[in-house]
Design a protein around this ligand. Structure first.
Ligand SMILES: NC(=O)c1ccc[n+]([C@@H]2O[C@H](COP(=O)([O-])OP(=O)(O)OC[C@H]3O[C@@H](n4cnc5c(N)ncnc54)[C@H](OP(=O)(O)O)[C@@H]3O)[C@@H](O)[C@H]2O)c1
Length: 287
């Protein structure tokens, strides 16, 4: 697969989002492992996860453990896979998502993620979401401390605005390598963050790039130009969506979620789908 850069690491230009394999509607473990193995077979080397990707209160890190198990049982070489996890969100088990961006929590969460992933240093550790009760510099300061202590190899942030991206870059002493924000045909308001990442040479990882777990299948019916361009190339509207994102800037690395081998295998083909300037313009304005 064609690659893009996070820090000094080259990763497949389409990553795998792990969330659908661990939250509401998740499949059984066997299907999840088959999905991760199919992604690896296809050249995926970036897997996005979080300690908060779980359903019940007593299974924090369900998705991290699943990924660790899939990597350990993979028949091929998985040594170049960058696992990107996050800390700062919690799920109490009632379906809600809560926040704790305190330095103490982030440091404990990182230790727990290290154990679940079975590594000495986490590949990419992302601060999941700003916590309004904690100064941003304190949360990102904890991430800097984890970098300095060698607990994490690379640092990223998520759900950040341009000001927070610049602030995090300063706090991390120029070591911010990625920003993960929501971005899809339905949700385009992260365009300023994408442009800033392109300017700064920082990876931009669009989350819910297909519109989210419950809406991804309707992408073509909700956004007709994506379906029309898909028909012209005899591919899925989802593939067109990912190819459109990749064409926006060389820093973009979408992380479509998947819970079936078929969907991630379809998504990775976006890397080789060339769209014309006219098609890209149409998709750009498809509301
Ligand atoms: N940082 C954050 O705050 C944050 C928030 C949300 C998500 N995320 C991350 O971003 C990742 C992606 O977001 P998401 O999973 O919410 O939404 P998404 O990627 O927009 O949609 C996921 C759904 O798309 C379907 N899909 C994938 N490829 C497809 C294809 N080629 N054709 C048709 N359907 C396809 C999958 O269906 P199947 O399940 O049937 O395979 C999956 O359930 C997550 O997994 C997670 O890692 C981060």
């Amino acid at each position: 697969m064609r690659t893009r850069r996070i820090g000094d690491v080259q990763v497949g230009a389409i990553g795998l989002g792990g969330m659908p394999m661990s939250i509401e509607g998740r499949p059984d473990e066997q299907r999840s492992i088959a999905t991760i193995h199919a992604a690896l077979d296809a050249g995926v080397t970036l897997i996005d996860t979080a300690d908060a990707y779980h359903l019940h209160a007593d299974e924090v890190g369900h998705n991290e453990s699943l990924i660790a198990k899939a990597l350990a049982s993979y028949g091929g070489d998985a040594s170049d896979v960058l696992v990107a996890t996050k800390g700062g969100h919690l799920r109490p088990g009632d379906g809600s998502w809560t926040l704790d961006g305190s330095p103490d929590h982030l440091k404990q969460a990182c230790e727990a993620s290290l154990k679940r992933l079975g590594v000495d240093a986490i590949g990419l550790y992302q601060f999941h979401r700003p916590d309004p009760r904690v100064p941003y510099e304190d949360s990102v300061g904890a991430i800097r401390d984890l970098l300095d202590a060698g607990k994490i190899r690379y640092a990223g942030i998520s759900n950040a605005n341009p000001e927070q991206i610049r602030q995090a870059g300063d706090i991390l002493g120029g070591r911010l390598v990625s920003v993960q924000n929501q971005f899809s045909p339905a949700f385009r308001s992260s365009e300023p963050e994408l442009e800033l990442c392109a300017e700064l040479g920082i990876a931009f990882l669009p989350w819910s790039p297909l519109g989210g777990i419950s809406k991804a299948g309707e992408l073509g019916s909700r956004f007709a130009p994506f379906a029309e361009v898909a028909r012209a190339h005899n591919v899925s509207p989802q593939q067109v969506c990912l190819a459109w994102m990749l064409a926006k800037a060389p820093v973009v690395i979408p992380i479509p979620g998947s819970s079936r081998p078929e969907t991630i295998l379809d998504s990775v083909k976006a890397v080789d789908l060339e769209l014309s300037p006219e098609e890209l313009t149409r998709l750009e304005t498809a509301g």
